[in-house]
Design a protein. Structure first.
Lengths: 183, 183
DNA sequence: CTTACCATGTAAGGCGTTACATGATTCA
DNA sequence: TGAATCATGTAACGCCTTACATGGTAAG
């Protein structure tokens, strides 16, 4: 019942690349996966325990220069489970842009308010686009060494392409609204 | 606690355009708002009752040719509440594309699988793009009559622009993967 | 020495989906 | 007469966020 849980698969996916602690997983969620997925500690740690319990991951205690952390590795079982999920058809691609919602009800909000929201959106997207471009440069430098990064690069390219489209839409939208104001 | 609820505002927004029944609201969610918002009956009807209770909407029973339905109207209080929310800064724009997730873990899935997912994605987006283009044509025909539709048109334009970007990314991604295969 | 960051976790509770239930009406 | 659509709802339950709690270490 309710929406199918995927966080276990996402974490397994990250572990398929390298061993990670819960804290590091959260980092990945906030950076690498940030623009197309997310999760909080409150869901990550319990999921990690669950993966252990199901034998899909193993845990080791790692002590790097005085600092202790629990690192998790994907198990053979986990790899099988992950591959199975990856092969399944995609269940849902979802976009929830509150900005579009507020725009849609723009008649009630008024032109100035709408303009304001577009400006804020544009600023946010611009800065995220810069981040993505940086990531792309870093990736392209090491693509030759590690062709596995090719897939990462594809997702970054997706982000760049759509964010560029967003920005050009912002300009057009603002132009249309300005014209409306003159009339 | 937990994520802030916005469905009440979304419904009020829809009611600000016209009076609607729960069933009709669901229809709007599945068509007009479909690509940037969603909701099920299980959340719509209770929210509608809640709006009544809070005095943000009123209910009337409408009998159209034998068919009975409960239509809701936004109240003055509701309009104030809606405007207030619309003026607030946008809290969250969220994108959750499982397709990108599976792509990201492409190394584990393999090229063929990734290609498959891209194809499916491309097909789905193409068809949704067609829908959006149709909507745009319909809208442009009546923009002169009702300038309130301008805002609706802007959201449609956003969808078209980003979906076009998605599709051109699909082509590039497939080309890159094909090249990889040849090597 | 204090701020920031590393690191792990739990509890409460909201949100919203899925599945189930029911019944009328329209149309083929 | 049967399928599709109109129409309204509820119960169970899963998911995940927020907020809270705790403590160690690195760096300025």
């Amino acid at each position: 019942m309710a929406t199918e849980k995927k966080l276990d698969c996402v974490i397994l996916g990250l572990l398929s690349h390298e061993e990670l602690s819960g804290y590091e997983i959260k980092k990945r969620m906030d950076t690498t996966l940030h623009y197309f997925w997310g999760a909080s500690y409150g869901s990550i740690y319990p999921t990690l325990h669950d993966l252990l319990r199901r034998g899909l991951a193993t845990k080791a205690i790692c002590i790097d220069s005085k600092r202790k952390k629990d690192v998790y590795q994907i198990s053979e079982q986990g790899r099988i489970y992950l591959r199975e999920w990856l092969s399944l058809p995609v269940d849902k691609d979802e976009l929830r842009y509150e900005t579009l919602l507020k725009l849609f009800f723009g008649n009630e909000l008024g032109k100035e308010g709408v303009m304001q929201h577009i400006d804020t959106f544009q600023t946010k997207i611009s800065s995220q686009l810069q981040q993505l471009r940086l990531a792309q440069q870093r990736l392209q430098a090491c693509l030759a060494k590690d062709p596995a990064h090719q897939y990462y690069e594809l997702t970054v390219a997706f982000g760049i392409q759509s964010y560029e489209a967003y920005l050009s839409w912002c300009e057009r939208a603002k132009a249309i609204l300005t014209e409306l104001e003159e009339t």
